[in-house]
Design a protein around this ligand. Structure first.
Ligand code: ZN
Length: 133
């Protein structure tokens, strides 16, 4: 049965669902089936991440992969979320020269790419500066 897995991945992509381990308190994104620390002893629950975090590191990419609707350089960053997990994401609404390590960012929804003739449009989260620090 692949349908439940499909919906799980969609849900995770749209809502930033992570798993929180009730045994050690660790929060993991993408969601895990077992806690990497506690293993079999872990009791997990799904948590929705708030979508706020800060930039830990970033790279400016000057030649986007084929299929991206983005012209010119774009920014990929590792963002550490307030809940603890880090993720790699595109930063939008920000010029590369304005980027700072530690800059506060928040999640936004944007179109990621469009798949050729099928016209399948993929949406997902990106991050943009929060404007308050
Ligand atoms: Zn744990």
């Amino acid at each position: 049965m692949s349908i439940p897995r499909f919906w799980r991945s969609i849900k995770s992509r749209y809502n930033l669902i992570a798993t929180k381990c009730l045994s050690c308190g660790g929060t993991y994104f993408p969601p895990r089936a077992i806690c990497p620390k506690c293993r079999r002893r872990s009791r997990l629950e799904e948590v929705k991440l708030g979508g706020n975090g800060e930039i830990v590191s970033y790279t400016v990419i000057h030649s986007p992969p084929e299929g991206f609707d983005h012209k010119g350089p774009y920014i990929m960053a590792v963002v550490k979320l307030d809940e603890g997990p880090c993720l790699t994401t595109q930063i939008v609404d920000c010029e590369p020269e304005d980027l700072k390590i530690g800059m506060k960012v928040k999640k936004v929804f944007r179109r990621i790419r469009e798949d050729g003739e099928a016209g399948l449009i993929h949406y997902g989260f990106k991050f943009k500066p929060r404007g308050d620090g």
